[in-house]
Design a protein around this ligand. Structure first.
Ligand code: FB9
Length: 507
């Protein structure tokens, strides 16, 4: 039975005469074999188009529980017990339970005892009265209720209380309606047009058609669409900040690099521990890179082997085979080296530049709550004449102020490709503690000179991760809840917009 069927049944019923009324949809549905809920649904829709007018009714009445229905059908538990005892003459409790069932025996015995219909004889129970000598009050009350059409006032409060206590009846309240013809009543539902169609325009039917009124209050369908991962929301903020600071993004879409650009061009010796498979993912196929700029390669080899630019180099045999190994880049600094090389060898020669990169890097690390074997590195560099450590610190301060960290401390550190190098610590206003927030340094002349950069060009650079600030921003303690196959989609869907309080203005 669909809502349409109920609509038709209602409109047909009301078509008898203008005065015809459905006094109460609840009994009317029962008598019309319609499900009351569907009838109510149909009335709501007919009401919306004023086919009918309704008056809301609320009817409460008692309804039998299964227990109540079974007492009405088979008699109360006490009567069933008395009947069983009279049939057997006397019964032990286990035998009685076997005969009438545990629940009936338990409730029946209690009420029979109270009514002094039975008594104990040692372990046995014996009947004192015949079941037809006594009155099955409960059954009688239930019968009375049924005869009185379950009306509330068919039972005294006490009886109602007793029958409820014995879980024989429940009070049911039904919301129903008194229905009569409405101002737009018609014996058949005229489907209102929801859309103006080409056919209607061609046929002219639009002139007479009745259109459904627009319901501007109705909520539109939830627009689907994607959700930016929290990491990408923070990345978008960092991009905006770095571009505001005049930096342009480096192309980082190539995750596989040669050891030459990832390590050798950064003056990182081929024996450096980070260059073995424990820390770095080397590519099996293709294992070797196709080519490197040969002249530049020679200058890098020379710098590693015997130095130059005031450096004594590392005094070892630089192996081409090692330099040509393909790997998953361990830092986006591998892209910085290529951009600096291009900067030095571009037509018209070197021009000052500011570059940044934000993309994935891979390190063969043991995974824990804050480390995966891949993360997103954020790196910034400024290449210009006579830059100083002060310029580096100033640039770093400017960046972190824009993400809300104003108090910074710099701790001397070591990187193979920068000297001096500094770890960056910041006081995090929310965490209320000093946190390591990055690393930085001035690229070594041994790295810059072979590229062909002018003698007095200095390159300052710093780096941090995207994961750490994102975990702090979105209060995520375990990195596995942030990144990877275990992430709950809901977390991404409900992640708020990322906005960093730019502390610059409040400084
Ligand atoms: O991101 C890191 N910490 C951090 C950053 C921001 C932040 O909160 C913001 C305010 C909201 C909170 C924390 N770190 C760098 C510090 C630590 O988490 C560190 O334990 C882990 N580091 C990663 C490397 O782990 C092996 C973070 C990652 C990192 C470290 C160094 C660099 C880049 C990323 C670099 C560099 C560099 C140095 C010189 C020249 C060029 C690049």
């Amino acid at each position: 039975m669909t809502t349409e069927d109920s609509e038709t049944a209602i409109l047909t019923f009301l078509s008898a005469s203008p005065e015809t009324v459905i006094e109460d949809t609840y009994p009317w549905s029962q008598s019309s074999n319609l499900d009351h809920k569907t009838v109510v649904g149909a009335i709501k829709s007919l009401l919306a188009d004023q086919y009918v007018v309704v008056e809301n009714l609320e009817t409460s009445f008692y309804a039998f529980t299964e227990e109540g229905q079974s007492i009405l059908d088979n008699g109360s538990q006490e009567i069933l017990v008395l009947k069983a005892l009279n049939e057997a003459g006397k019964l032990s409790i286990p035998d009685l339970q076997a005969k009438v069932g545990k629940d009936v025996a338990k409730i029946g015995m209690g009420n029979c005892m109270k009514a002094k219909w039975i008594k104990k004889d040692g372990q046995d129970l014996v009947p004192v009265a015949k079941e037809d000598e006594v009155e099955d009050t409960v059954r009688k009350q239930l019968q009375g209720l049924s005869d009185a059409d379950f009306k509330i006032d068919a039972l005294s409060d006490q009886d109602a209380k007793d029958l409820k206590r014995r879980k024989c009846i429940n009070l049911v309240t039904v919301k129903s309606h008194r229905v009569s013809r409405g101002p737009a009543y018609q014996p058949q539902r005229v489907k209102k047009a929801a859309d103006l169609t080409k056919e209607m325009l061609d046929s002219g039917a639009w002139e007479t058609a009745e259109f459904k009124p627009y319901n501007f209050l109705v909520l539109g369908e939830k627009v689907g669409g994607g959700f930016l991962h929290p990491l990408l929301k923070v990345r978008a903020e960092f991009r905006k900040i770095l571009m505001e600071m005049g930096f342009q993004e480096m192309p980082t879409n190539k995750w596989v690099e040669s050891s030459f650009w990832n390590f050798d061009s950064l003056f990182q010796p081929q024996s450096h521990p980070a260059r073995d498979a424990h820390d770095t993912f080397f590519i099996k196929e293709p294992a070797q890179t196709v080519s490197v700029p040969e002249e530049y390669y020679e200058r890098v080899r020379t710098m590693h082997e015997i130095g130059g630019a005031g450096s004594i180099g590392y005094r070892y045999d630089f192996r081409r085979e090692e330099a040509m190994k393909n790997l998953l880049r361990t830092h986006t600094t591998a892209v910085s080296s290529q951009m600096l090389y291009k900067l030095a060898n571009q037509p018209g020669g070197f021009k000052p530049a500011r570059y940044f990169s934000i993309d994935r890097v891979f390190r063969n690390e043991t995974m824990d709550a804050t480390h995966l074997c891949e993360f997103h590195q954020v790196e910034g560099l400024v290449a210009d004449y006579n830059l100083s450590l002060g310029d580096l610190i100033g640039t770093i301060e400017t960046f972190f102020k824009k993400i809300g960290i104003t108090q910074l401390r710099f701790k001397p550190a070591f990187n193979p490709y920068t000297e001096p190098s500094m770890e960056i610590f910041g006081y995090h206003p929310d965490l209320k503690k000093w946190t390591e927030i990055g690393n930085s340094g001035m690229f070594r002349p041994e790295m810059l000179q072979p590229m062909g950069l002018p003698e007095n060009v200095r390159v300052i650079a710093w780096g941090l991760s995207l994961e750490r600030p994102t975990m702090i921003k979105y209060r995520i303690s375990n990195i596995r809840d942030l990144f990877g196959h275990k992430v709950e989609m809901a977390r991404t869907q409900n992640a708020p917009i990322c906005r960093f309080e730019d502390a610059t203005s409040s400084a």
